[in-house]
Ligand binder design. Structure first.
Ligand code: MOS
Length: 696
């Protein structure tokens, strides 16, 4: 008995608290005797600390301690070696945190950090990815557990025999997540128990990691993440801030607040690996793909292998009889890359969807039509039908809304004064997964309900979406439902990542609500509180392995100044098929946010690493450029009314990441259409297009 809450545009439940400043983030909880930590990064790339002189720092007013490998509390080897901080003098990359200064004020901690003297022995390093790097190797698998390489048919023969071929290499730089709220933690030890307020995408996994590192039963640790100011993947698991704060708090036996600075976010918390991607496409003269090959190179660190699944997008997107994908990695003296919005799919789609544009031109077929022609109902990788695949419908509706019909395919064919105008399109897809979660639902005598689940709202509107789902599942107006999330004391649940939060949490909430309704046969309020619980581990684990994906089509119109190469977007329009949309307001924000981040990737973002120092040069928001409103005049996101009953009880596919996939390719394709210049190395900065009137 739905009450129609799902699908309605409710404003965010926590909106008033955020607007009035009463919503508390990780380092905003008042605490008696609180102290402040300031992380000290290493000044060398690879080497060993030979001496730490803390005399001056400790003499500085307000400084309580300098915690480093010589005096820090010991930790067990945990699942992520990069989190074993302050345990040994080894330095694996520049910027690795090697000490924490704790003081009575933030300013005193910062000053103390400046006064810590560290001597190092350092050796040669290698920090820049190249396609001929001697360290290139084949990892055993790529994230999360895909085969490293795939092959079907005979790519070489199929490619050689085809009448139309495209062989192109694309490059993407490192990208840095940069959520508005930095990685930040308040940690407090009391009677052997640890309480942390952490800015994380998942309090349940953070608790598990802390339990391993500090060798405590998980019940002795509480992780609260009530409000989180963004993550984009970088807060997907426990990160340095929570470990450093916990170590420091144990050392000084007082609560410690520790927030990384903006500069400290560049690298150590994770970033998107740079990529070098060679794509080879072959087709018949009618545009039907006969051979596809995607060879991707990325980097990882010397500490832990992180193998981004860059070419996985290509395995399932378009059909062809002859197919091959490969991944190679290099271990560099750099921080370990990590998740950033659509890790794998985002850079992979930039390459493939750009190459599809190049193929469309080579064959002489409209790029929308080329994609339609190579659509497939059966997943070319798994050989099974997709649970639903509405790529073509997205392309058709997008073309209609955008006004694609009648587009003149010739390059540099439109001009408005100084501006060269062009349009571009790209496809988009992202897996629709779910993970096990648990939840409880309680009926109260006053007719209200309480639903509890350790979900995390990282700014997406997740809290509101779950509340709507809960109301419908309970069959009551949402005003009668209270929702509690963001605390590891609540029933354990999946992290907010992989676009699977809403699918995973809704599943558990719906099952808990159903169990509760079975306990309340007459439907009226109980005389005392009645609680039901649900755990979806078996149900999610037992789900048949069908190919489940969300799809989208991205359309862009750019204008490029014929002399200066300045690129601006007149408009950006996306149409998506992502299952049921729970809340149109927050969904639209997610899709537009993803598209904006894709635009940012296309035009601006680039982590520039100086090999001499092994560090990123542009490690702040003054020099690491991101997009702004001035770059684009209109962004619109639409979605199809898609029903897919093979997903999860809520019928959602997830929308956090699909918006960024393909967006950069659509921009690059539009720039090519406008100027005749194909830029295969992002970002499309104006220095690559300056004097474009003479370039083509
Ligand atoms: Mo998202 S990069 O899977 O948190």
């Amino acid at each position: 008995m739905s009450t129609g809450a799902v699908g309605r545009a409710y404003p965010r439940l926590e909106g008033p608290a955020k607007v009035t400043g009463t919503a508390r983030y990780a380092v905003e909880y008042p605490m008696d005797g609180v102290t402040y930590g300031w992380a000290v990064p290493s000044a060398v790339v690879r080497g060993r600390i030979t001496r730490i002189d803390t005399t001056e720092a400790l003499a500085s007013p307000g400084v309580l301690a300098v915690v480093h490998h010589g005096n820090a509390p010991r930790m067990a080897p945990g699942p992520q070696p990069e989190l074993r901080l302050l345990q040994e003098p080894t330095v694996h990359y520049r910027g690795q945190y090697v000490a924490v200064v704790v003081a009575t004020t933030l300013e005193a901690a910062r000053e103390g950090a400046r006064l810590v003297r560290i001597d190092y022995d350092s050796g040669p390093h290698s920090t820049v990815l190249t396609e001929d790097h001697p360290g290139l190797y084949k990892p055993d698998q790529v994230n999360p557990s895909y085969p490293t390489d795939t092959a079907e048919g005979d790519f070489d023969a199929g490619y050689a025999a085809a009448p139309v071929r495209v062989d192109v290499t694309y490059r993407t730089p490192a990208y840095h997540n940069n959520p508005m709220e930095p990685h930040a933690t308040t940690a407090q030890w009391h009677d052997g128990r640890l309480l942390v307020h952490d800015s994380t995408q998942g309090a349940t996994p953070v608790r598990a990691t802390l339990a391993e590192l500090f060798e405590l039963p998980p019940e002795s640790i509480r992780v609260v993440a009530e409000h989180v100011g963004g993550g984009f993947g970088s807060k997907g698991y426990a990160k340095a801030s929570v470990v450093l704060a916990a170590l420091a708090a144990r050392h000084v036996e007082r609560p410690v607040k520790l927030a990384l600075t903006r500069q400290q976010l560049f690298g150590p918390v994770g970033y998107r690996t740079p990529t070098i991607q060679r794509i080879r496409l072959a087709a018949d003269t009618d545009g039907r793909l006969t051979a596809i090959c995607h060879d991707a190179i990325g980097q990882t660190s010397t500490i832990r292998e992180f193998a981004e699944q860059t070419a996985v997008y290509t395995r399932s997107m378009y059909a062809a009889p002859h197919r091959r994908t490969t991944h190679r990695l290099v271990r560099l003296d750099v921080p370990t890359p990590f998740w950033m919005r659509a890790p794998g799919e985002c850079p992979g789609a930039y390459a493939l969807e750009s190459a599809m544009d190049e193929l469309a031109i080579a064959v002489g077929i409209d790029p929308v039509e080329l994609r339609v022609r190579n659509d497939t109902a059966v997943d070319p990788d798994q050989g099974r039908p997709f649970t639903s695949r509405n790529l073509v419908a997205c392309l058709r509706e997008g073309a209609e809304r955008f006004g694609w019909a009648g587009r003149d395919p010739s390059l540099r064919s439109r001009r408005d004064g100084r501006w060269l105008i062009g349009t571009g399109v790209a496809g988009s897809s992202y897996p629709a997964r779910a993970r096990p979660s648990s939840a409880t639902a309680t009926a109260r005598p006053d007719g209200s309900f309480l639903v509890q689940i350790n979900a995390t709202d990282i700014g997406t509107g997740a809290r509101t979406a779950i509340w709507q789902v809960a109301a419908d599942a309970l069959g009551v107006p949402p005003e009668r439902v209270e929702i509690r999330i963001g605390d590891s004391e609540l029933p354990a649940a999946a992290l907010a990542g992989g676009s699977m939060g809403t699918a995973s949490w809704s599943w558990a909430v719906i099952r808990a609500a159903q169990a509760l309704r079975e306990k309340l046969p007459d439907g009226g309020p109980p005389t005392g509180e009645v609680t039901a619980e649900a755990d979806t581990t078996e149900e999610v684990g037992g789900q048949p392995a069908l190919p489940r994906y969300a799809y989208g089509a991205q359309f862009v119109e750019v204008r490029v100044d014929a002399d200066t190469g300045e690129v601006r977007l007149n408009r950006m329009l996306g149409v998506f098929a992502a299952g049921r949309v729970v809340n149109p307001t927050t969904a639209r924000s997610q899709l537009i946010g993803g598209m904006t981040m894709g635009l940012s990737m296309a035009l601006h973002e680039e982590g520039l690493l100086d090999e001499r120092y092994g560090d990123w040069v542009n490690h702040d928001l003054a020099t690491y450029h991101i997009t702004s409103c001035a770059d684009v005049e209109s962004i619109e996101a639409y979605w199809l009314d898609e029903r897919d009953d093979k997903l999860n009880p809520a019928g959602v596919k997830g929308i956090g990441e699909i918006g960024i996939v393909g967006a950069a390719a659509a921009v690059a394709n539009a720039v090519h259409h406008a100027t005749g210049v194909r830029i295969r190395e992002l970002p499309i900065r104006l220095d690559k297009l300056i004097g474009v009137s003479d370039l083509a």
